[in-house]
Design a protein. Sequence first.
Length: 342
Amino acid sequence: MHPVYALEDLPDPCRASLFLAGPTPRDPVTPSWRPGALRLLAELGYTGAVVIPEARDGEWRHSYTDQIGWEVAMRARADLIVFWVPRELPAMPAFTTNIEFGEDYGNCRSLYGHPAEAQKCRYPDSRWEAITGRAPHESLRALLAEAVALLGEGAERCGAERDVPLAVWRSEPFAEWYRAQAAAGHVLRQFQVRHVLPRGPRHPASPLFGFLAWAAVAVAGEERVKANEVFLARPDTVAVVPVFDSGVDGPFAEAFLAREYRLAVRSPSGFAVEPPGGSSPVAGLPLRAIALEELAEELGLRRVDPARLTDLGSRQCAASLCSHHAHVFALALFATEAQKLR
């Protein structure tokens, strides 16, 4: 286990990181809860980094502004933020913790709990339960055990890769984006997740669908760092273009498109007209299987033999904003299918 105290950096490389968020004693009489948390983590077999927003020797020598900046940056980088709130008035009011919890409780990287006797926790309890569907922990050991189980063995990250929280690092949308960046020779300098999109409640146990991120990247072959854009990463999509060619009506064939509502659409009709397509919530589902799902869902074409699909390859949809690709197939329709679609 690697403790990281105030104004210190994460180890390089780093496999996993926990930020121990919660009230810090402001007087020499009130004991900190964090040494006990470190002992519990050791008992649980945790071997990653533990970020502790307290001075290593207990003596504060840093400016208040530097401390705030460091805490904000480290919470943004942490794989998990563990909020333990042993609130006791007036000795440990946890006013700062209220702000931090409000900023982070819905980021899908936070866990939360407090002793049963903790004071003034009704409101954060209610917000936590509403957004995650779970009650807060009342045992610090149980809270830390859940964190250790979620992190597992972690994943080794070096340099600016340590800015990428583990759930994002493990996700297919990030892996595909980062693989393409590295293959082109671009170098990640900084990374910050701005928002995550889970499949389910906003809890770390929910699978990740996608995320919105800002990054600073040293561009290959150019003496510059690109740092003025954000991008949306989500799973690749699969689209199918159904085409019917009767062979008797001249050189033109019919292509059938789907008319459906998309939230971002700004066409005169208020609808998008596009090939039927989408993505699947089932990880690892073959592209042809997804294509058949979309044909059935959007056009009502069922029991199509996957061998009839012609693979046209893939293209990125909107490189100025979105990182995902659309994989496209063509389907030569039978006359009966074309008539049904008409």
